[in-house]
Ligand binder design. Structure first.
Ligand SMILES: *Cc1c(COP(=O)(O)O)cnc(C)c1O
Length: 384
């Protein structure tokens, strides 16, 4: 059976070039990079080369890159790391209602367990956070803000640069979960003006279980993981050398192919939207195609349940998701669509298509044909 993977915002397959780059570090250059012998130094050199590569691509200094186990850890590392320095005086945290759970749950934890206060800024109906709303959320004791760059469910791009500027005018540290932006936008942490940013390799064709936190020099955090002096004593644990080498290679490919891939995916995702809306009535687009990354399309099909569509597409070898991967295991409506004030009946019939490096025009046509058969059939039998 034909297999069409349209779930790249959940995870991506590793690029062949990335796997090849990693292989020597499993069995040939395996020594601990912290060790002083030449075996270890060879691994240490690969580690610093990867760090330099990442720093150059995202436009920061090498010592501002902290390797982690992924995006969730990077978000936790910064938000908790800053909050834990203020356990005596607490304070107010600003975030948005459309963040990934790897930010929302951290903030909720700090509020529920430690007595911090938080504001969750609502987006507009298109899923964009306005800098004006951001400024309005600021209180006298606000000390940190975390707003994602690209939303994982609807693909919208947030005006991070403006918000980081406003935050700094009020002495507030600004973090961005930039996990979904890498490989899709030319992320430049200097230009964005953020104090911290999170990344995860498996979202840009690298290995799972590795990511990084960009942390501006001079920004103080309490480490989450204590142990040896790794990562400038801010994140203990023997380095995942193959993973880090793979991350750097994947990021390099991502930046090199950014423009061509943007154009190609923009054309394919426009084709997907046009063909679906041409052939199927009562379909609504979530988000803002003008202010969104090219690969992500979120569509609501009136009168069907997203889960039924997902399963019917799966029978035809097509992988998509309803809302986000985390929301998809429960029947709850996605918090992102809810915050965008999507009609509940439409939110329940929402499918996210996220295209990627291997997606072809044939894949799009095959998916549209499948939907044109599935949607009317499900509409006839649906309780909605
Ligand atoms: C996937 C994702 C994360 C979590 O990254 P992991 O490396 O899987 O922990 C965080 N934020 C966003 C926006 C994501 O899409």
């Amino acid at each position: 059976m034909r297999r069409v993977y349209l779930d790249h915002n959940a995870t991506t397959p590793m690029r062949k070039e990335v796997i090849d780059e990693m292989l020597p570090y499993f069995d040939r250059i395996y020594a601990n990079p912290e060790t002083l012998h030449s075996f270890g130094q060879e691994a240490a050199e690969a580690l610093s080369a990867a760090r330099r590569k990442v720093a150059k691509l995202i436009n920061c200094a090498s010592n501002e890159v902290y390797f982690t186990s992924g995006g969730s850890e990077a978000n936790n590392m910064f938000i908790k790391g800053v909050a834990f320095r203020r356990l005596d005086k607490k304070g107010h945290i600003i975030t948005s209602a459309i963040e990934h759970s790897a930010v929302l749950s951290v903030v909720r934890f700090l509020v529920d367990e430690f007595g911090f206060e938080a504001t969750y800024i609502e987006p507009d109906r298109n899923g964009i956070i306005s800098p004006t709303e951001f400024e309005k959320a600021i209180k006298h004791d606000s000390f940190i803000a975390s707003i994602m760059y690209v939303n994982n469910e609807v693909g919208t791009i947030q005006p991070i640069e403006e918000m980081a500027k406003i935050a700094h005018e009020h002495n507030i540290l600004f973090h961005s979960d930039t996990v979904q932006a890498f490989g899709k936008l030319p992320v430049d942490v200097g230009k964005l003006g953020v104090d911290a940013a999170s990344a995860s390799a498996h979202k840009f064709y690298g290995p799972k279980g590795v990511g990084f936190l960009y942390l501006r020099n001079g920004t103080r955090i309490t480490p989450l993981i204590h142990g040896g002096g790794h990562e400038r004593s801010r994140r203990a644990g023997t380095h995942n050398v193959p993973g880090i080498v793979g991350l750097a290679k994947a990021l390099e490919l991502g930046y090199a192919e950014l423009e061509d891939e943007e154009k190609r995916l923009r054309r394919l995702s426009n084709l997907l939207v046009d063909k679906i809306t041409d052939r199927i009535p009562d379909v609504y687009l979530n988000g803002d195609r003008e202010k969104a990354v090219a690969n992500t399309v979120s569509l609501s099909f009136r009168g069907v349940e997203g889960e039924s569509v997902l399963l019917a597409l799966d029978m035809k070898g097509i992988a998509v998701t309803t809302g986000s991967a985390c929301a998809s295991k429960s029947l709850k409506i996605s918090h992102v669509l809810k915050a965008m004030k999507t009609e509940p009946i439409l939110a329940a019939g929402t499918i996210r298509f996220s295209l990627g490096h291997q997606t072809t025009e044939d894949d799009i046509n095959y998916t549209v044909d499948a939907l044109a058969e599935i949607i009317p059939r499900l509409r006839k039998i649906s309780a909605l």
